[in-house]
Design a protein around this ligand. Structure first.
Ligand SMILES: C[S@@+](CC[C@H](N)C(=O)[O-])C[C@H]1O[C@@H](n2cnc3c(N)ncnc32)[C@H](O)[C@@H]1O
Length: 406
């Protein structure tokens, strides 16, 4: 099901019915639904429940796809490097995509600030060495950063992207979820040697040029020399179309001069791979270990299930994403909690039903990353994350520039 905002539906304001979905989630936006949309969602929920019950009732294995054994090892995309002695503080940590990439390159993430309890729990379990400030204690708006001044080498974080994302309303600074000013406040107070701020590529578009100049570059340029870098997940072996923009600032001008953005380690295109002598990025079917269907491709950009009019277990982002999943013979709705559960719940059209570990893999997380929370909340953490192999390569480029000098 495609969320209403991607259908370009024009809704008459007078027919709005306030959302009754109760949620305290930081990213939840209580969308206004028309009565017609509300009915449609209700019907879909009823149908989904019936389909699930029928699926779980299966007595013969005839129509079940085998449980997939992924071919892609995301850990091999980011081999664990030795300790660099470089420390980092993580803001807006989410489910830990940036943290994982930084940690595998040998950077010590010392603490995390994250407002969403489930995401904070994920980091607590995944990174026991980190001090995790979660929920209210993790709300960066409330933190006095003075005690942190000079205490870490790197400050990294991806403020919420909803104010800028094409999948949202792109209200920028008018969106109360805009946390870039908070990121800037933290950097200026803590004064790390390096900062890394990450977001959706839409933030690099002309529409937000004034915002970026005024809110991010102007205040941070007073103490930092900044590179703005756009990177694609597929160039680092992640089988998904996903671009991200990074603002990487160095206090030291010489180190800024030495900095080189990461160069691709993988290529999706055969010729590109051959010409550059780099590894071919797997398609999503191959990465997930699905049988050959005669067609493979990168996965469409997966969405965060915490965005949009309601929380769902669909990772569909757009109509073009739906078409691409169709061709891939992958069913992107009703993502199951586990591979075993996905197998027992055949999709309506027989296409492969995804599970949480499959979606995690499409985002570059290893199978054993201990996401915490209900399925839609886990999918939210996954969909919001920087693919860890991408973060790993960004971290590697910074370590190279620092030459391990603190
Ligand atoms: C785009 S996600 C970050 C994803 C993360 N960089 C990763 O790679 O997994 C943004 C995160 O900011 C959190 N957040 C939003 N408002 C916050 C606030 N005021 N204080 C702390 N965290 C906040 C959200 O809960 C969300 O997990």
């Amino acid at each position: 099901m495609v969320p209403p905002e991607t259908e370009n539906t024009i809704i008459d304001a007078a027919s709005f019915v306030p959302s009754r979905i109760p949620s305290k989630a930081a990213l939840h936006e209580p969308w206004k639904l028309t009565e017609e949309q509300r009915q449609r969602y209700r019907q879909l929920a009823i149908q989904a429940r019936a389909a699930k019950a029928a699926g779980l009732d299966i007595t013969s294995d005839e129509n079940l796809h085998p449980i997939n054994i992924p071919k892609l090892s995301t850990k091999l995309l980011m081999p664990q490097r030795e300790d660099t002695g470089i420390s980092a503080l993580s803001l807006f940590s989410g489910g830990g995509g940036l943290d994982l990439g930084f940690s595998r390159i040998g950077i010590n993430n010392v603490a995390a600030f994250e407002i969403m309890d489930d995401a904070a729990d994920t980091i607590r379990v995944a990174c026991p060495e980190m001090k995790v400030y979660g929920g209210e204690a993790g709300d960066v708006r409330e933190v006095d950063w003075s005690p942190w001044r000079g205490s870490v080498d790197i400050l990294h974080g991806g403020p919420p992207c909803q104010p800028f994302s094409h999948a949202g309303r792109q209200r920028g600074s008018l969106d109360p979820r805009d946390m870039w000013p908070e990121f800037v406040r933290a950097v200026l107070k803590i004064r790390p040697a390096v900062f890394v701020g990450e977001n959706v590529p839409a933030l690099g578009e002309a529409k937000f040029a004034e915002y970026v100049n005024q809110t991010i570059l102007a205040p941070l340029s007073k103490g930092y020399h900044i590179h703005v870098v756009q990177l694609r997940a597929q160039d680092f072996g992640v089988p998904q179309i996903r671009r991200r923009i990074f603002f990487i600032g160095f206090r030291n001008k010489r180190i800024h001069g030495k900095y080189r953005p990461p160069t691709p380690t993988h290529a999706w295109n055969d010729n590109e791979a051959l010409e550059s002598g780099i590894v071919k990025c797997m398609g999503v079917r191959e990465a997930l270990g699905l049988r050959e269907s005669g067609f493979d491709d990168l996965s469409p950009t997966i969405r965060s299930t915490l965005n949009g009019p309601r929380n769902t277990t669909s990772i569909l982002n757009s109509v073009s994403a739906r078409n691409r999943f169709e061709k891939l013979q992958i069913w992107p709705n009703g993502v199951a909690a586990s591979r075993e559960k996905a197998q027992k719940f055949p999709s309506p059209n027989g296409h492969f039903r995804l599970s949480v570990p499959d979606v995690a893999l499409i985002q570059g997380f290893p199978d054993d990353w201990p996401f915490s929370g209900a399925t839609y909340k886990v999918l939210g953490q996954i969909g919001n994350a920087v693919p860890p192999p991408l973060a790993y390569n960004v971290a590697a480029s910074i370590v190279a520039a620092l030459g391990r000098i603190k």
